[in-house]
Design a protein around this ligand. Structure first.
Ligand code: AMP
Length: 253
């Protein structure tokens, strides 16, 4: 069945009030859906009565304006993927609907959000945490599904849930990869054919190198502009640019 579409908070709340006593699994995304998102949706489908998907390209988490402008928008095919994965409703608000306060209120985390991706992306995690808090308040889910590809984001959201006693369970989902190991990402479609071929080195190098430093050297030698390679929580984290496309990944050590 085609999912219902809500563009406003009011319309979503009306629908929710008609579905009392049903468990809601929620998958927040920025759209341009791929098999990584499908994996989150399938888990949510298996564990809840209702599945809600949000599609919202959140302007406050982009510290680079051109990255926001170039972010892929594929509404029609997103709806097909939503339907294929048994999504009950899609929440797709306009920015004005979410930021009626003009971003006067924000969630700020002072430690981990300043490391890894936070170092060179000022304001990024404030944007992420604030929009996720708003979405949780609107959707009121029982379970929320986040991908380990964005491990720092997942951990910060888990910490926010704990800090604010939010009545929701976070379910982590393993990273889905292309055949050559590249973590699926909405940004991958912006890679040219040669870049796309080289992109698999990101995963290969953090997996096979003996140290973070060695992985960094390997990637720099291959033409990546490396932001960081760091070992933490028994994982290796990487962020690197290939041309104008910034890619991130992490693996268990
Ligand atoms: P995004 O639309 O990129 O903001 O991602 C929405 C959600 O999908 C986040 O929880 C991501 O971690 C997750 N996600 C994105 N790519 C993947 C992937 N390759 N495997 C698993 N989860 C993913």
């Amino acid at each position: 069945m085609k999912p219902l579409i809500h563009h406003s908070v009011e319309s979503y709340r009306k629908w929710k009030s008609l579905n009392k006593n049903q468990t809601i699994g929620f998958v927040p995304t920025m759209g341009a859906l791929h098999a990584g998102h499908s994996s989150l949706l399938q888990k949510a489908r298996a564990e809840n009565d209702l599945v809600v998907l949000s599609i919202f390209v959140n302007p406050t988490q982009f510290n680079d304006k051109s990255d926001l402008e170039k972010y892929p928008r594929t509404w029609e095919s997103d709806l097909v993927i939503a339907e294929q994965n048994g999504v009950d409703c899609v929440f797709a608000p306009e920015s004005q609907e979410i930021y009626k306060d003009h971003y006067q209120f924000q969630i700020i985390e002072n430690q981990f959000s300043k490391e890894l991706c936070g170092k060179n992306r000022p304001g990024h995690f404030e944007g992420v945490l604030t929009v996720v808090m708003k979405l949780f308040q609107i959707i009121q889910p029982h379970r929320v599904y986040f991908g380990e590809k964005d491990f720092q984001q997942l951990k910060l959201i888990q910490n926010m849930i704990d800090a604010f006693f939010l009545p929701v369970e976070l379910v982590p989902v393993e990273t889905v990869r292309e055949n050559d190991g590249l973590a699926m990402s909405s940004r991958n479609i912006r890679l040219g054919p040669v870049e796309r071929k080289n992109a698999s080195s990101i995963f290969k190098s953090i997996k096979t190198a003996k140290s973070a430093d060695e992985a960094k050297k390997l990637l720099s030698g291959l033409g990546f502009e490396v932001d960081y390679v760091e070992d933490k929580f028994n994982r290796r984290f990487v962020a690197a640019k290939l041309g104008s496309v910034r890619l991130i990944d992490n693996v268990k050590l």
